[in-house]
Design a protein around this ligand. Structure first.
Ligand code: CA
Length: 226
């Protein structure tokens, strides 16, 4: 886990310190948060590779933190809980958590699972450097977009918006989710900003523009056949 940034979100400082010791031994860089609000701030400020997320937390709970991270990122999230109800687990996976551990847990196992999650996400990212969706090709290394094999200029926001759609393809996305995912939580713009940009994105996508469909009364969906 050399130089991987792990965000440890746990309000019990003794457990947090213990986990920190284990992650540091593995060569990871550890960033700590003791409540949900701090977790979201630290997540924004750092280029995190893995989140270890307790559920019962002051400020925002782990569910809210997980949900908000998932609106903008697909980095691995491993959730921790003191309770063992199966419902918690299902709810966590529904919100997009990748793995789940019930307290008390073995720290060795936590490390092992963390390594798997990091490796898996790296692999996925590597495969996705060049993304082809029918007639749209996105080169995520150079940030170039090709429509029917012809390069089309995208503004940084249009590029981010396209990437957000591609990452969350075939899902109904509310305007608020899109605004948060592309512009960030601290952006106080009008939701119409989203509509304006989507209109432009549709034009740039030319024939492929109809992949962005309107979900009435909700938002948009980027539709591709898989
Ligand atoms: Ca707790």
């Amino acid at each position: 886990m050399n130089n991987k940034k792990v965000l440890l979100v746990e309000d019990e400082s003794s457990l947090r310190q213990l986990m920190k010791t284990y992650f540091l031994k593995e060569g990871a860089e550890v960033i700590e948060a003791g409540d949900g609000r701090a977790a979201l701030n630290k997540f924004e400020e750092n280029n995190i590779d893995l989140v270890i997320l307790d559920i019962m937390l002051p400020e925002y709970d782990g569910w809210s933190v997980c949900k908000r991270i998932r609106e903008k990122s697909d980095i691995p999230i491993l959730m921790l809980t003191a309770r063992s109800e199966e419902n918690d687990k299902l709810f966590g996976f529904e919100l997009g958590a990748d793995d789940y551990m019930t307290k008390p847990f073995s720290l060795k196992e936590l490390i092992a699972r963390s390594k798997v999650l990091i490796k898996r996400s790296r692999k996925e990212m590597d495969l996705k450097d060049i993304l082809i969706l029918e007639n749209i090709k996105i080169d995520r290394l150079s940030h170039k977009v090709f429509i029917n094999n012809i390069e089309v200029e995208f503004s940084p926001k249009e590029y981010d918006l396209l990437n957000y759609f591609v990452t969350n393809k075939n899902q109904a996305l509310s305007r608020e989710m899109i605004l948060n995912g592309v512009w960030g939580y601290d952006y106080y713009g009008d939701l119409r900003t989203v509509d304006t940009h989507i209109k432009r994105l549709r034009q740039k996508l030319e024939d492929e523009g109809d992949k962005i469909t309107t979900v009435r009364g909700f938002g948009y969906r980027f539709e591709v056949t898989e």
